[in-house]
Write a protein that binds this ligand. Structure first.
Ligand code: ADP
Ligand code: MG
Length: 252
């Protein structure tokens, strides 16, 4: 008889297996495997060009892949037969450049997807948007336009936009890299709070102190593969692979 499976351990919300992606001759994702447990926080680190953004874009189905699977709760959403829009609607993604629409108020930026993608009516979408903007500390900026906000406020608005549809998975691609140093903290604090609330997250970042604080697991990407992974203490504090050590040494 087999032992019962412990149920306290979060099952895989996301399981990426054998992912391959080339741009022409250039192999960018090379048989990559990765798992994010439900309520888990996995942080991707690695040199520029190691494939972090391509991986996040592939998971969000913004990038076709050549081979492999991307399972969301056991269903391969990279399968061409799967409705990509429906799968994408279950994920929220935030990019390095906030990508807010400059000609729309903050409120309209946040209600756009609920109305267009999720078919909610305006009043319902606005209620949800106001709630989410309040949660990210922008209750007083609802009617403002992006150019009236600081970079940190714009990025918090972009996070509100990604959260408003209640995603099962939040994908964050170097969301503090474009910010002035004094604005980084407020965005990282918001992410740490989301993490405490149990949001499942996959985060590419160069902020190692943040990774150490929030990650359950750190994955070091090198040449399109997860070269080393483990707890922050293992990967950041006691890396086993030469490439990982070299990467971390270059940051200091
Ligand atoms: P990272 O986010 O870790 O810096 P990326 O995923 O952005 O890495 O890029 C990985 C590699 O893929 C880089 O060499 C980059 O030049 C290449 N790449 C990314 N997107 C494209 C594209 N659309 N066309 C051609 N090459 C690309
Ligand atoms: Mg990138």
């Amino acid at each position: 008889m087999t032992a019962p499976v412990p149920s306290a351990v979060g099952s895989s919300l996301l399981r990426v297996s054998g992912l391959r992606k080339s741009f022409g001759e250039h192999v960018v994702l090379d048989d990559l495997d990765l798992e994010v447990p439900e309520h888990g926080c996995v942080v991707l680190i690695g040199a520029s060009g190691s494939g972090k953004s391509t991986l996040l874009r592939a998971i969000d189905l913004l990038e076709d892949v050549d081979d492999g699977s991307i399972e969301l709760r056991g269903v391969d959403v990279a399968d061409p037969w799967v409705d990509a829009d429906a799968a994408r609607a279950r994920m929220g993604m935030v990019f390095q450049a906030y990508n807010l629409f400059g000609h729309m108020s903050v409120l309209d930026n946040v209600t756009l997807a609920p109305r267009l993608v999720h078919g909610r009516d305006r009043a319902e979408a606005e209620d949800a948007a106001v709630e989410m903007l309040t949660r990210v500390g922008l209750a007083d900026k609802i009617r403002a336009y992006p150019d009236q906000l600081s970079g940190g406020q714009q990025q918090r608005a972009a996070i509100a936009r990604a959260l408003v549809n209640d995603p099962e998975l939040l994908l964050l691609d170097e969301v503090t890299s474009a910010l002035d140093p004094e604005l980084v903290g407020e965005v990282l604090e918001l992410l740490a709070e989301l993490r405490r609330e149990g949001m499942t997250m996959l985060i590419a970042t160069h902020e190692m102190a943040f990774a150490r604080d929030v990650a359950d697991q750190v994955c070091f990407l090198h040449e399109g593969r997860v070269h080393e992974s483990g707890t922050p203490a293992q990967v950041l504090g006691d890396p086993q692979e030469t490439r990982t050590r070299e990467f971390l040494a270059r940051l200091h």
